[in-house]
Design a protein around this ligand. Structure first.
Ligand SMILES: O=P(O)(O)OC[C@H]1O[C@H](O)[C@H](O)[C@@H](O)[C@@H]1O
Length: 296
């Protein structure tokens, strides 16, 4: 089966389109952000907002933004992560790399798979640390594989939090279930960051913004409406954020239709809270997720 890599433009953003058999992935150089992933005529697997704007310097709503070298609000991170930022400007949410250009450093194709490697080795404002960052994006007959590697080239230990902030496309938020969380501790960020424990599978009945800890390597998103489950296999991660803005927050989000909360769910493969990374000099860490689907 032919595999194919093509450079395309989406408004102001330079992108790459990877195709393999009947699957297609589009990645923007800005942020090395996967924008979309679909297999054949089926509904997209990764969600991209119908109001997405492809503007330089602005993270695109949907796809897989890379959050690095911290996740979320820096002030909510462990002190060791907060201490790495020395900027005079307020620390931006989700770190420093999601709206700057990365470099497409390498591509590989063979009969069955296609891989792009993006690198981000720029100096980051307020973050004077020699950590090389790369994202490997690989499409094969099993699915889409993302691996984010941080390599400490400096001589001090650096603490990082991070996430592959994946937006999944779903039929209806009221009908989907996330399996693999039962019995796991989580932080309910909407109730004063209380620590709780998940009972059973996760279903959705309101705004959700939770940090799950101590996770197994496999989660699944069951979607009876689309007759499929999306499987996530992770490596180098024990934490994930489960996020859906629901009705009121949807109206405040940029590039987000008022009713889009019904059709998306973020499962963000992460290293946050007690799962942050301590990267010693010369050490590297890889955070990976493999995304595939099965019929149900
Ligand atoms: O609007 P953004 O900066 O892209 O953030 C979108 C969302 O990301 C994460 O999932 C956080 O847990 C949410 O609290 C946040 O609203």
């Amino acid at each position: 089966m032919p595999v194919d890599i093509q450079r395309i433009e989406k408004d102001q953003l330079s992108c790459w389109r990877l195709r393999n058999e009947d699957a297609e992935v589009i990645v923007a150089e800005q942020g090395a952000q996967v924008l979309s992933y679909r297999q054949g005529e089926a509904a997209p697997i990764i969600w991209l907002s119908e109001e997405a704007a492809f503007q330089a310097g602005q993270a695109v709503r949907g796809g897989v933004p890379v959050c690095w070298p911290w996740f979320g609000d820096l002030a909510r991170n462990p002190q060791s992560v907060q201490d790495t930022y020395q900027g005079s400007q307020p620390a931006p949410a989700h770190g420093l790399v999601r709206n700057i250009d990365w470099v497409m450093a390498r591509s590989d194709t063979n009969d069955h798979s296609v891989t792009l490697v993006f690198a981000c080795n720029r100096e980051l404002p307020g973050w004077p640390h020699a950590v090389e960052l790369s994202l490997n994006i690989s499409l094969d007959s099993k699915g889409l594989h993302l691996s984010l590697t941080s390599h400490n080239r400096g001589d001090t230990t650096i603490a990082l939090s991070q996430a592959l902030h994946t937006y999944f496309a779903i039929s209806d938020i009221h009908q989907v279930t996330v399996e693999g969380l039962d019995g796991r501790p989580y932080i309910e960020t909407l109730e004063d960051w209380q620590q709780r424990q998940q009972q059973g599978d996760l279903i959705f009945g309101g705004e959700t913004d939770r940090i799950y800890l101590d996770l197994p390597s496999r989660l699944s998103l069951r979607d009876p409406g689309l007759k499929r489950q999306i499987l996530l296999e992770t490596r180098g991660s024990r934490s994930a954020i489960l996020w859906n803005p629901w009705i009121a927050k949807a109206q405040r989000l940029s590039q987000f239709a008022d009713d889009a909360w019904q059709r998306m769910l973020c499962i963000e493969t992460a290293n946050v809270m007690d799962d942050v990374i301590r990267l010693e000099p010369s050490a590297s860490h890889t955070l990976s997720v493999s995304i595939s689907t099965e019929s149900i």
